[in-house]
Design a protein around this ligand. Sequence first.
Ligand code: ASP
Ligand code: MG
Length: 443
Amino acid sequence: MIVMKFGGSSVANAERIRYVAQIVGPELKRKPVLVLSAMGDTTDHLLEAAEEVLKAGKRPVSIDKIADLHIKTIQELKLSVQEEIRPLLEELQNLLTGISLIKELTSKTRDYLVSFGERLSIRITAAYFNSIGIKAQALDAWDAGFLSDSQFSAAWLSKESWNLIPGKLKPLIEEGILPVVTGFIAKDGNGAITTLGRGGSDLTATVIAAACRAEEVQVWKDVDGILTADPRLVPDARPLEAITYEEAAELAYFGAQVLHPRAMQPCAKTGTPVLVKNSYNPEAPGTRIVASLEQRTGPVHAITSRQNVILVDIVSTRMVGQYGFLAEVFSNFAKHCISVDMVASSEVSISLTIDAANTLKALQEDLSRIASITIKTGKAIVTIIGDVRRSSEILQRAFGVCAALDIQVQMISQGASKVNISFIVDDTQAAEVVKKLHKAFFC
Ligand code: ASP
Ligand code: MG
């Protein structure tokens, strides 16, 4: 079997859904399981609808934008799924009315709210497959074995899911049915809907593939695979033929919006190959993600950047020759639930980076008791994914680029993962640095 995941833009309207069927058709003999995102920008529209009712508090609430897209798609595809779709739209309308009344959107309610996107898209797409004679069944993630913890908006799947998922999906596949599963969502042990984080459908797909020991996962997007840089910054960025799980994970984590940062974990465990393809250009070969690669061209494989990073400088003479100081520092980050990304340290100071957090003030107060703290906002992490065995060559050229731009690098860290060299510059400088680095390494 294989898993085929289609992102929001791949199922954005009736025409795109027809196109998905054309892509899936020739693969039917490989027994696919489909994983779908919400249609187009529906997830964003759901969140905007909630913001609107919270701000304006006006009733009756309007779900027109969301309802129109789905109803129009059903009509264009000439489907008779109104009986399945209408109750969901009504439930959504009621939920938004509830939010407008209590004037509050908890992360639990937000997960329930955004779940409607995927629940609508699978029903419409499965109905379309059935209408063209391909037996398909829409499955909400919880009916496909997705059980999670209760960390709303960033849930982790429970261990049981690994057995539950093949238990639910394999019998359908054996019967010749095409399962069409909601990406992104799950349910916790109390039956509350959770989500796996934005872009979480990638993770749904790789979990199914790993749990069912699939031959391959195909992740269908709207770009020609994983690119050497963000095409919005670097117009001549080009698709990579192949990349390792580790590199793909680092890229996702450090700002490339190609894949969910945790999506590589399941397939890295089982060695299941992941193929990233473009549903708008299926002839393009796409990018293969595999465990290891022998032949590589050049020392650098991709360059990415992440904006809005905060740099924390911690200086203390107590560090000299002491033990336990770092542990004390990091326990404060844990206490305030702030995740640390890059770290560099000397004998008397530690520099580290974090994302914006609303507990920052409290953290600063706590840390000030043990060291002198400087917080600098408006920073960016520039990450070079490459062969760290050639780090001196990479660093020489990268710093040459920065020096030529008269940009001072503010912190550097070479990931122990041996694939990532990252450094900090000002937010306003990141785009230029990425552009020039790309030119230096790829042109
Ligand atoms: N629809 C969700 C999102 O936009 C999940 C996904 O697309 O993977 O984040
Ligand atoms: Mg999406």
